[in-house]
Design a protein around this ligand. Structure first.
Ligand code: CA2
Length: 147
């Protein structure tokens, strides 16, 4: 069975609680459940995590090497700022899908650049929670998991 790690960055713990007009009413827990269901149907095992700390995110990326077959990353604000995360992702040794609930390219200009995009195999943005399901489908395809 293929194993996928899903990493969520800062403030995503507030999903469904604050700014529903931007990020919708789905909570992080709802999103996790959605991912579990989608992964189950593709015979994939997932590990779903969130942190507000850049260093923790980087440690999780480093530790994933050799354990997981693929990674889905919504690095939230660190997407646009973190060279360190970029460096860690570059040597993760597995397919990486970058996902965003909103479409950062259609928002403020400071969100237009992504350090994650430069090392991601595929980017999904602006599709809300369904983007995470699509990311799992894309990874299943890339990893050759049962579809
Ligand atoms: O659209 C996305 O998924 C983002 O990664 C979300 C980040 C933002 O910095 C990126 O540009 C795009 C922000 C996550 C903050 O999440 C919140 C959720 C509820 C209330 C406040 C923030």
């Amino acid at each position: 069975m293929k194993k996928v790690i899903i990493l969520n960055g800062p403030n995503l713990n507030l999903l469904g609680i604050r700014e529903p007009e931007v990020y919708g009413t789905t909570t992080l827990r709802d999103l996790e459940d959605l991912c579990y269901q989608k992964a189950f149907s593709h015979h994939i095992k997932i590990d779903f995590r969130q942190t507000n700390h850049e260093g923790e995110l980087i440690e999780w990326v480093q530790e994933a090497r050799g354990i997981y077959d693929g990674m889905i990353v919504n690095a939230a604000g660190y997407t646009h700022t973190s060279v360190a995360l970029h460096d860690a992702l570059k040597i993760a040794g597995m397919p990486i899908i970058e996902v965003h609930l909103s479409n950062p390219k259609e928002r403020e200009s400071f969100r237009h650049f992504s350090y994650v995009e430069l090392v991601a195999d595929h980017v999904i943005a602006g599709k809300g929670p369904a983007g995470y399901e699509e990311a799992l489908e894309k990874l299943a395809e890339i990893m050759g998991a049962r579809i």
